[in-house]
Design a protein around this ligand. Structure first.
Ligand code: SAH
Ligand code: SF4
Length: 394
């Protein structure tokens, strides 16, 4: 792609086609749910209450069958079942790593597949959710980036990944018995760090996260949701205003020259433009710190000079720097930095006053680590040569 060519989103969401016109409830905002209920015969006066009741069954208690919604009349339940369905993506397979990480292969409409990863820790559990099948961007170190974008996920398919994981973890509270929040939740955090660029699927990601945050449902705090972007600058302020979640940024380089190669969207919005948007984020979203993700690539971006430049660049932004040792994948054109160099880089950052955790690779034995996700169905892999050429390494 020539460097001045705009990087655009050219694929729209193809809504799930359901047999004989059934509408899927999952993924509709409250306003939209109200609308479709009224369209299908629910009296306007009752609509708000019906939305509340159905919402609670679906998102608080994980019910998938209208027949179980016992606070609705039998005839109303039958009416609903005629017109609506409660559907989430289908789990095709589940792999469990030696360290407890779970990788799910999930099938969505059209036979496409995405990967979803659950990472258990002692005090929390994080679900890494996908927002697109493939990705339009072509970051040269990312496995997903070698897969063409097939389509955006719908809001239902995004929040449906959370619901599927709660099914698998058996974490829905019993109807009428509290909220299930007695101890730490198994699924307590969500990161939009799976396949795809979430800010190129903004509306669906926003609706899905709004549903996940809703207090009468899955009820995840906005502080426990982190959206990771490669730097779609115009959407960053919108993320603050319309979602309000935590932000992580795939920074990965300290000069435009290197970042152009690693994260090609940098050719459209360079480091300076990105930093300006990030400076405004905490105030707009009322959130504390931005996470700077930095993948450690041997002899590419990992020198002590890089560390010092990084510290200078982000001065004034409340930040946490997450160092990610590069996860190799078959044919990847880079190597993981040496451990001693990762430590040395972390040290510079730490001395400058930033938290600089080194992300421990999880689930490597099942290719579940960052940037390794890629669905088997779309495995039209580029050759190593092609990848190297595009990364400017050839
Ligand atoms: N598209 C979004 C979110 C998905 S990627 C984004 O780019 O931010 C989630 C994180 O994993 C990003 O920081 C990405 O840069 C990083 N990543 C991608 N490939 C990787 C690899 N092979 N090793 C380590 N981290 C990788
Ligand atoms: Fe897409 Fe993110 Fe991978 Fe870049 S790092 S190709 S934006 S998924």
């Amino acid at each position: 792609m020539p460097s001045d060519a705009p990087i655009t989103q050219d694929v729209v969401t193809i809504p799930r086609k359901l047999p004989d016109g059934h509408v899927n409830i999952v993924g509709l905002t409250r306003a939209k749910l109200r609308e479709v209920l009224i369209e299908n015969g629910t009296p306007e006066k009752q609509a708000k209450m019906r939305v509340n009741q159905i919402w609670q069954w679906v998102y608080q208690w994980g019910v998938r069958d209208f027949a179980e919604m016992t606070n609705l009349s039998k005839t109303y339940r039958a009416d609903l079942a005629e017109k609506f369905v409660i559907e989430i993506p289908e789990m095709v397979s589940r792999q469990i790593s030696a360290d407890g990480t779970r990788k799910y292969l999930v099938r969505i409409a059209g036979g496409h597949e995405v990967e979803v990863v659950y990472i258990p820790e002692t005090d929390r559990g994080t679900l890494c959710v996908s927002s697109q099948v493939g990705c339009t961007l072509t970051c040269s170190f990312c496995h997903t980036g070698t897969q063409k974008l097939v389509r955006n996920l719908t809001a239902g398919e995004i929040v449906g990944q959370i619901m599927m994981a709660r099914d698998d973890l058996d974490e829905w509270p019993q109807p009428g018995v509290g909220t299930g929040d007695a101890g730490p939740r198994l699924l307590s955090n969500v990161v939009l760090m799976g396949m795809g660029e979430p800010l190129y699927n903004f509306d669906n990601v926003r609706d899905a996260m709004k549903i996940a945050m809703d207090n009468e449902g899955i009820s995840l705090s906005r502080r426990r949701i982190t959206l990771s972007t490669s730097g779609v600058v115009p959407e960053i302020a919108k993320t603050a205003e319309e979602i309000g979640c935590m932000l992580a940024i795939s920074f990965h380089a300290t000069t435009d020259e290197v970042r152009d190669k690693l994260v090609p969207i940098n050719k459209r919005w360079n480091i300076e433009a990105l930093l300006a948007a990030l400076k405004a984020y905490p105030k707009l979203s009322n959130s504390e710190r931005i996470t700077f993700e930095y993948v450690m690539l041997k002899d590419v971006n990992d020198s002590d000079d890089d560390a010092r430049r990084l510290v200078r660049l982000i001065e004034g932004i409340p930040a946490k720097i997450n160092l990610i040792p590069f996860n190799e994948w078959p044919g990847s054109p880079y190597q993981r930095s040496d451990w001693s160099q990762i430590k040395s880089f972390a040290d510079v950052i730490y001395k400058a006053g930033y938290a600089s955790p080194i992300r421990k690779p999880r689930g490597e034995d099942i290719m579940a680590a960052c940037g390794q996700l890629k669905s088997a169905t779309e495995r039209a892999r580029k050759s190593r040569k092609q990848i190297e050429a595009e990364a400017g390494l050839g």
